[in-house]
Design a protein around this ligand. Structure first.
Ligand code: ADP
Ligand code: MG
Length: 254
């Protein structure tokens, strides 16, 4: 079934984790990665998650994107609890609502920039003409209209990450999940790529949850939360938002 319509809009938060715990069990050893983490992010809001390595940041993103299930607590995107969806429904809901940007891009090396961006639309059976126009629009938004036919290794690291951003946004997601999106870029390129991601997401009304260890990247967010041992601490404002006027429901910070 082709679903060109934007994801249904519910008035609540774009995404919410409510008192979530998560344990990885491997080779008889269990690791508690999340320990009662709670989080809400509004449409158009950019939330940065900082914290030491191993504190559970990536796990939180996996749960928000429905890639892992919580032991307890609830995770909702656009008002829908992941737990209420079956396997197939989860995949379809994820494609319609979640865009992922990870460190190292994960682009298909044999596919052009345009083909990489198009992947989510192909999976969703979007009509070819619609696919082409949305792909062109997404590439244009990240400043790569002229690079559509290039392979990833013909592009710079920053350009590759912009392709990954276009791919994350082409499905018009409710929620963009970015895990250290600038981790392998030099700091200037990283800042430029972050600004582009955040502008594009805000323009499209998406919420962004972005894990970063870089304080200058975190400073571009509307709100910053810190993760320690699987728990989120209260908002810690690191700096002013990069884009004044972005409608970020973020109230006063402590
Ligand atoms: P962060 O992204 O903040 O570095 P993670 O969410 O990756 O933290 O990891 C949180 C904890 O869960 C760590 O102790 C890590 O070793 C453990 N962990 C992460 N992924 C797995 C996995 N697939 N299997 C077992 N333990 C894992
Ligand atoms: Mg991580």
């Amino acid at each position: 079934m082709s679903t060109d319509a934007p994801a249904s809009v519910s008035p609540g938060p774009a995404a919410e984790a409510a008192d979530v715990t998560h344990t990885y069990a491997r080779a008889g050893i269990s690791v508690r990665a999340l320990e009662g983490a709670s989080l809400k992010v509004s449409r158009g809001e950019v939330l940065a998650v900082v914290g030491p390595s191993g504190s559970g940041k990536s796990t939180l993103l996996f749960l928000l994107g429905g890639l892992e299930r919580p032991d307890s607590g609830a995770v909702r995107v656009a008002g829908v609890d992941w737990a209420s969806l079956s396997g197939d429904e989860r995949a379809r809901f994820r494609r319609a609502n979640c865009g992922f940007v990870v460190q190292g891009m994960a682009l298909l090396p044999q596919a052009t920039a345009g083909e990489n961006v198009e992947v989510p639309l192909v999976l969703d059976d979007v009509e070819p003409a619609e696919r082409a126009s949305r792909t062109a629009e997404a590439l244009d938004r990240v400043g790569l209209a002229g690079e559509r036919a290039k392979l990833p290794d013909q592009l710079s690291g920053g350009q590759q990450q912009r392709v990954a951003i276009a791919r994350a946004l082409v499905g018009r997601p409710t929620l963009v999940l970015a895990d250290e999106p600038t981790g392998n870029l030099d700091s200037r390129t990283g800042l430029a790529v972050t600004a582009l991601l955040l502008d594009a997401a805000r323009e499209g009304g998406a919420a962004v949850v972005m894990v970063t260890h870089d304080p200058t990247v975190a400073a571009q967010a509307d709100r910053v939360v810190e993760m320690h041992s699987g728990r989120l601490s209260r908002t810690a404002r690191i700096g002013p938002p990069a884009t004044p006027g972005g409608q970020a429901g973020a109230g006063p910070t402590p």
